[in-house]
Design a binder for this molecule. Structure first.
Ligand code: ST9
Ligand code: AKG
Length: 336
């Protein structure tokens, strides 16, 4: 363990007065009280770790970076999934194959946290300098975090929980620009970070290289027998023989991609959940467009319907749903 945390030899740490007091407090508690008091006594420590994690600027080269990423983001995901914290505006989405099941609970029932921008712990991802330094190359200095997701791709093997291999964990091939009523496309970029090793077996991202040089295509629900998740539209026509690249990634690896890039993800054939966190950024100098009469009208209607149903916002426009959710992460909020 000492080696794992990069200690060389026995650490020459001497107890200070404060440390002695701290330890003797716990020792007394253990000696004189029921075990539950000890557990309660440790609670400030639980809060302290989170505070330390948030306060320390730990770059990916630091030996504790992986530990921190693993413990902070995943812990917050668990707390949200168990409804221990309630985050304003956040949608907790279940996979379509289990949406109506009462038997799957907690984090196993959650396929995606949509719009986590009001959760300080998760939103810290969108503000990481290590990410923003690349984002800025696309957006310029005024940066908005427009769309945030933590994706918990469920197993789709047909084992116990999810029925006989419905393949609903797949994400159809699509272009993210289909969802966005703002332009120009070249000032929008997605950062997608693997929260664990992702590979073909657990449904890594699949991309059609070069497709971002094309135009926005018509999207709709694919005709999948096992059902399709809400708003998982796919490109209607793309050349089936177009070369594909599977993005196999290590935990913490991040890919940045253009909103016209045709991409999706495969089915998760493992028994574990495949987690990734993402943010779509746009320059705050972008401008909103009217999508009525365009191929984006179908998604615009679905999003407005959802805004009415979930938030009672019946006069909200498609553009407003984005303006309300967008958060400035760097520079000035000029037009978005
Ligand atoms: C003012 C601010 C406004 C904010 C608006 C927010 C807009 C979100 C916009 C998303 C933009 C996405 C941009 C993405 C770009 C990247 C590409 C994607 O990820 S693309 C993908 C992006 N797409 C999204 O992220 C979708 C966003 N999520 C949602 O829309 C909701 O989670 C929900 C409606 C699917 C379920 O709400 P929930 O409260 O849990 O459920 P209920 O109990 O209310 O049940 C209602 C009915 O829905 C059924 N049902 C349940 N689950 C599913 C399912 N998975 N599939 C299908 N159906 C499902 C359920 O069985 C019931 O049916 P019935 O009994 O009435 O027959
Ligand atoms: O994480 C995935 O499985 C797919 C995510 C995706 O396609 C997207 O964020 O646009």
């Amino acid at each position: 363990m000492l080696q794992k945390y990069c200690f060389k030899g026995a650490p020459p740490i001497q107890q200070t007065l404060a440390m002695r007091k701290y330890l003797s407090f716990y020792r007394n508690l253990m000696d004189s009280e029921e075990p539950i008091y000890f557990a309660v006594g440790l609670l400030p420590c639980y809060r302290l770790w989170v505070w330390l994690g948030n306060t320390l600027n730990t770059p990916p080269t630091n030996a504790y970076y992986t530990w921190k990423v693993e413990n902070m983001g995943k812990k917050e995901f668990e707390r949200i999934s168990k409804r221990e914290v309630k985050v304003p505006g956040l949608l907790i989405m279940k996979d379509v194959s289990i949406a109506k099941s009462e038997f799957v609970e907690g984090e196993k029932a959650v396929t995606k946290l949509q719009d986590y921008q009001e959760d300080p712990e998760l939103f810290r991802y969108c503000t990481l300098p290590q990410i923003l330094k690349y984002v800025e190359c696309f957006t310029g200095p005024n940066i908005m975090a427009m769309h945030t997701m933590l994706i918990n791709k469920p197993p789709d093997t047909g084992v116990d929980l999810f029925g006989p291999g419905k393949k609903t964990s797949r994400h159809p091939m699509h272009q993210d620009l289909h969802y966005f009523p703002f332009r120009p496309a070249d000032r929008i970029v997605c950062a997608w970070t693997a929260m664990e090793k992702v590979h073909r077996g657990n449904g890594c991202l699949v991309v059609l290289p070069g497709s971002h040089h094309g135009t926005l295509q018509e999207h709709d629900y694919p005709e999948w027998e096992g059902g399709v998740n809400k708003m998982y539209h796919g490109v209607r026509n793309y050349a089936p023989d177009h070369p594909r690249v599977h993005l196999e990634m290590e935990k913490g690896d991040t890919v940045f991609f253009h909103p016209l890039l045709i991409h999706g993800s495969g089915m998760n054939q493992t028994k574990g959940f495949r987690k990734a966190i993402s943010c779509h950024y746009a320059s705050s100098d972008c401008y909103y467009i009217d999508v009525n009469g365009t191929t984006q009208e179908n998604i615009s209607n679905e999003v407005k319907e959802l805004a009415v149903k979930k938030y009672g916002a019946d006069s909200v426009s498609f553009q407003d749903t984005w303006a309300l959710r967008g958060r400035l992460v760097q520079g000035e909020r000029t037009s978005m």
